[in-house]
Design a protein around this ligand. Sequence first.
Ligand SMILES: [Zn+2]
Length: 241
Amino acid sequence: MKKLTEPEIMAILRAADELIGEGGRNLLAKILKGSKEKKLLALHLDKCPVYGYFHKLSLAEVIEKIDWMIKHDFLEIQYSGRLPMIVFTDRGWELERDQRADEILAEWYQWIEQDDFSHDMTYLKDRNRGMILILLDKIKETGERRFIPLLEKWGEIDYKKVRKEIRATISHIVKNKATESDENWQIIRAELLKGRNPRDVDLKCMKCGNIFPFRTFERYMYFTNQWRYPRLCPECDQENR
Ligand SMILES: [Zn+2]
């Protein structure tokens, strides 16, 4: 089977995010096919942004693509009792959590453009902490002060630890302008998208411009600890502390 394109990989990851640990290959394929089955509509899976992404393909063809994703270590099957459920591999989740944070950020932009601050922020509670931290980092990068009312509202309903991060984000926005987006993540992301066994990559220090290696085991350590990937070389990072 032909290698999937990047948009296809990202669409399948996004759809999988709707049912992780709760559904199998067939349900995932039906979201992407845009099935009108009752079960799917009852779970509001037709609201997923990639619902119907593969509407031109047959269900069997969509399943083939999902199997390609499993074979190339973006998704895996775990058994819940006797039922096979789709779950992310670490690599799949690394890609999806970033995409999901972008999606939330895009929605926030829509809200501030419409001057609409009425949204119930509880939808962000109990989300994966790693994704939330990436979202807050992305919000910091924007330097967008109009996000502050949304952040404050969110802070009122979330747990202490997240509240602390939200406050840090607000004070960062108050003090700083927008910063460059993270080019190093784009380098890591491109490597992750290549498939199984991503290799070491060279990153560029955002302060001194030096190139420094970022090894696979380091990436894994950053990922499992939910740290943001390094933007500075070890020397500049040391100086910054
Ligand atoms: Zn440096």
